[in-house]
Ligand binder design. Structure first.
Ligand code: FHN
Length: 500
């Protein structure tokens, strides 16, 4: 390990900064024994203790919306599915192989001329998101195809050049903000059809000049978004994995500084930029780049401890993959509201936010399955939001029944696996300074009996308290038991010691 870091110091000292990619520099969260001096490491303190960041931590549930011209084909064209030819529905521009329509890229690049979402109603979307219980929305201003859903001055490939003409980003920001839902703008650095975009690091003066134009264009658009939509709370960056962007770490460092100065409190995730050694999400010292870890996409952390106390959010598709509109969901396992609520509460139990993705169609309507999910999650949240919003990880030992969240001395146990004996046996460390004294069902306030259960497991580090679920209580959804903790010491009477 020492040699590896000495090599970095040597190469950096020699100004050889074209070290790229994760593999070369080890895993993302390895912490070297001594911190390496970095010029382009984290900018904001970690953890941030300001009100904006605390508000981020308390969201719990978010809505992701991927919308753009890729919604027009909806992952198919003239009845032919793109499933076998494009990696994801919002990547349909890259459709290739035997199923791809002739001259497809040209067809795709002209779709904007027919973009006219007659059913789009940002206020309705915002109300539906509110009904689902979302506290923030991440909205695609521009995906990898470069089509801007706001009338940007820096590219003609934007909403004002479509039959629809109007500023969609403004309508979303205004409508969601009016509903009390914070807005984060998704922004793709990657732009497939921008003539100045480079994948590989610029090799010569001509490429450097060209890429500088692209970097300035990116900066211009980001400053334009901050100026046009000052209500936003943050950016959700994407498409930052190509070597040209990774090699521009001086520029991206300065750009992040500038965005933060222009918009105090702005929240930026770990996917925006890398340090001078090409380390992304976590710098060479294993410290988080950005305000929250942004790598949990269609994936959840294995444990709370593995997060090292960093803030994070997980973004999740309802179909297996595919963030943009897909007309046909047949033959796919699409996540149920039970699946998504389980992921939500698993995320919350580990101090994360959980964001469900929706991909509206070319008319501005959600897929019927998406509407069903919004409704079912919303119904569950109406009964159980207290276990989700402004809660945090509980130090209680985990149980097989579900997930703990906590707020002050109230613990919420969201039960997914109801025990056959209707006894929720809660392990409490014998050294604990607080013990459970009261329990009730969150949904209806019905009290549950809670009692210390001396079951003879007195030789391990925990003692146990039993919460007796009312036998007549039935639920076809996950349910929450609210548990009050109170200062006190656990009952730790010992039986005759075992002799072995
Ligand atoms: O390539 C994108 C993909 O299209 C989608 O936007 C997801 C969700 O953020 N991000 C990238 C894939 O990881």
């Amino acid at each position: 390990m020492k040699n590896k870091f000495l090599t970095i110091v040597a190469l950096t000292a020699m100004g050889i900064s074209s070290i790229h990619g994760q593999a070369w520099l080890g895993s993302t969260t390895e912490k070297p024994k001594e911190k390496i001096a970095l010029k382009y490491g984290p900018i904001s303190p970690n953890p941030r203790t300001d009100a904006d960041m605390q508000r981020f931590r308390e969201y719990g549930l978010g809505q992701f919306i991927h919308w753009g011209v890729y919604a027009i084909p909806g992952n198919e064209w003239n009845g032919v599915s793109a499933r076998k030819g494009a990696a994801a529905s919002e990547w349909i521009r890259s459709w290739s192989g035997s199923t791809a329509p002739k001259d497809w890229k040209n067809t795709y690049d002209n779709l904007y001329k027919s973009f006219n979402p007659k059913d789009f109603d940002a206020k309705r979307w915002a109300k539906e998101a509110k009904g689902m219980g979302a506290k923030y929305v991440i909205f695609t201003t521009k995906h990898h195809d470069g089509f801007a859903l706001w009338p940007t001055r820096y590219s003609d490939y934007n909403i004002s050049k479509t039959p629809y003409k109007k500023d969609i980003v403004k309508q979303i920001v205004d409508a969601y903000t009016a509903e009390g839902i914070d807005v984060y703008l998704y922004f793709s650095i990657l732009e497939w059809n921008n003539p100045n975009y480079l994948y590989a690091a610029p090799k010569n003066d001509e490429e450097k000049k060209k890429y500088q134009k692209f970097l300035q264009y990116t900066r211009n658009q980001l400053l334009e978004l901050l100026k046009n939509y000052p209500q936003i709370k943050g950016f959700w960056f994407d498409g930052t994995w190509d070597k040209a962007w990774i090699s521009s770490y001086e520029f991206t460092y300065q750009l992040e500084k500038e965005l933060r100065e222009k918009h105090p409190g702005l929240i930026i995730g770990s996917r925006f930029r890398n340090d001078e050694n090409g380390k992304r999400h976590f710098d060479t010292n294993g410290d988080l780049l950005g305000d929250y870890e942004q790598g949990w996409e269609r994936k959840l952390p294995s444990s709370f401890e593995s997060l090292n106390g960093n803030d994070w959010d997980c973004v999740m598709t309802i179909p297996p993959n595919g963030w943009g509109y897909m007309k046909d969901w047949s033959g796919l396992y699409t996540k149920t509201s039970d699946d998504l609520i389980e992921m939500l509460m698993k995320s919350r139990s580990m101090n994360g936010n959980f964001v469900i993705n929706f991909g509206p169609d070319g008319n501005g309507d959600f897929h019927p399955e998406e509407k069903k999910i919004m409704k079912e999650v919303g119904e569950w949240m109406k009964l159980n939001a207290k276990a989700v919003y402004a809660t945090h990880h509980s130090d209680l030992s985990s149980t097989p029944y579900g997930y703990f969240t906590q707020r002050e001395n109230t613990v919420y146990l969201t039960v997914f696996n109801r025990p056959v004996n209707n006894i929720l046996r809660i392990p409490i460390d014998k050294k604990a300074k607080e013990i459970p004294i009261k329990a009730s069902l969150l949904a209806n306030g019905a009290p549950s009996v809670i009692k210390h259960s001396d079951i003879g497991l007195d030789r391990d580090k925990n003692t146990y308290y039993d919460i007796l679920l009312p036998k007549d209580f039935t639920s076809d959804k996950a349910f929450v038991v609210e548990i009050q903790l109170q200062k006190g010491s656990a009952n730790t009477q010992k039986l005759m010691d075992a002799k072995m």
